[in-house]
Design a protein around this ligand. Structure first.
Ligand code: NAI
Ligand code: MG
Length: 368
């Protein structure tokens, strides 16, 4: 039996509450014979309180050795005045950097039961299933120079640098094309080649990789601002959207809101494939934060966290049947009306975090 090593980093606020529900799901799959081994460690404010750092070296080593990291959420008012370099977020940034997680996958899926929760019309969002692939470790957030300079005349100038190398665009393009092959075989690549050199370059590299390695996949190029409009007008035209760090940040947030609550949104961040084992470093986390306003009350929606584990099943372990089964269980639970407050139907009774986890386990059971 293959063993899959999971490192759980629940973090702060609602992180531990939603992680507990994932542990129920992991436990269920383990009982069914899948070899999951879990370890748990601290990250974020809780790690700062214990070690004075947002993640300890020991936890980092465990992350390096794990097949996948499940990350809850970090931060909260308690640590708002902590020095910048040891702030809770520094834990996540170090994980991303040290594990080389350059590809951020953000699915936007609209469950039929929640189509009326969107601000858009039901027919626009019902059945929606798109995947945004955002480059995560390059581009304007990291390019140098990055500074505010005071000039001789006393005025100031600020600069950020949008910078991409060939290999950075190639590897994110490959992730997108690979994903499209397992989905509806279409990639939309978004940049601004009309006004940016990095946009021209992005389009050239994506086109070359497409021709050489993925000519069976449909490729379209779209200007990033038009992509934003199309996402709101008719999102179902998209399958996989691949884009840089900055545009990806914004486009993924637009896509996310098509489908309702922050409590529903999973994500994955993937690193490079090991040439020998074919394995990738990977971290899976909900899009939401530590939600201090509802922490400790058992109100958090655990579906974003559970869905993140579903992505681990799919992308780290190749357990596609199990991932599909988990998705079906989530859809059925939503359809049955078992929902936390953030997604409860108007006038309906909301349930707690644990009830949703229990209901999903029950659904998994019912399907076998
Ligand atoms: P947030 O995502 O924690 O909360 C925003 C709103 O959405 C709140 O009203 C919250 O109650 C609600 N919400 C979030 N997740 C929910 C869930 N699973 N179920 C039901 N409702 C949910 O963002 P906010 O308030 O801006 O940040 C709070 C803290 O989280 C801050 O310290 C921030 O730095 C941190 N944060 C951490 C992130 C991470 O760990 N990756 C990401 C975003 C924020
Ligand atoms: Mg954002």
């Amino acid at each position: 039996m293959a063993t899959h090593k999971l490192l759980l980093l629940p973090g702060d606020g609602i992180g531990p509450e939603v992680m507990r529900e994932v542990e129920k799901i992991v436990g269920w799959f383990r009982k069914r014979g899948l070899g999951f081994e879990t370890e748990t460690d601290l990250v974020g404010g809780s790690a700062y309180d214990a070690h004075g750092a947002a993640i300890s070296d020991a936890a980092m080593n465990r992350a390096q050795e794990a097949d996948a990291v499940l990350f809850g959420a970090v931060g909260g008012p308690k640590w708002d005045s902590v020095p910048y370099t040891v702030r809770p977020e520094a834990g996540l940034l170090r994980l991303r950097k040290d594990l080389g997680l350059f590809a951020n996958l953000r699915p936007a899926i609209c469950y039929p039961a929640l189509a009326d929760a969107s601000s858009l019309k039901r027919e626009v969002v019902e059945g929606l299933d798109i995947m945004i692939v955002r480059e995560l470790t390059g581009g304007v957030y990291f390019g140098e120079p990055k500074e505010i300079v005071t000039l001789e005349d006393g005025s100031q100038r600020a600069v950020d640098t949008q910078l991409y190398h060939t290999h950075e665009v190639e590897r994110i393009a490959r992730v997108a094309f690979d994903l499209a092959r397992k989905r509806r075989n279409k990639v939309s690549s978004a940049e601004k080649m009309n006004v940016m050199k990095t946009g021209v370059f992005w389009r050239q590299v994506v086109t070359r990789i497409h021709k050489a390695e993925f000519s069976d996949v449909e490729l379209e190029h779209v200007l990033a601002d038009n992509c934003a409009m199309q996402l709101v007008r008719w999102p179902k035209q998209f399958d996989v959207i691949v884009t840089d760090n900055l545009f990806g940040d914004i486009l993924s947030d637009i896509a996310a809101m098509l489908t309702g609550s922050l409590g529903m949104l999973p994500s994955a961040s993937l690193g490079a494939e090991d040439p020998v084992t074919g394995q990738r470093k990977a971290l899976y986390e909900p899009v939401h934060g530590s939600a201090p306003d509802i922490a400790g009350k058992g109100l958090a929606n655990p579906i974003a966290m559970i869905g993140s584990f579903g992505m681990a099943l799919r992308y780290s372990f190749g357990l596609l049947d199990e991932a599909d089964r988990l998705d079906r269980a989530i859809a059925n639970v939503l359809a049955s009306g078992t929902r936390t407050k953030d997604i409860a139907a108007p006038g309906a009774n909301a349930v707690g975090t644990q009830d949703v986890g229990d209901a999903i386990v029950k659904e998994l059971e019912a399907q076998s």
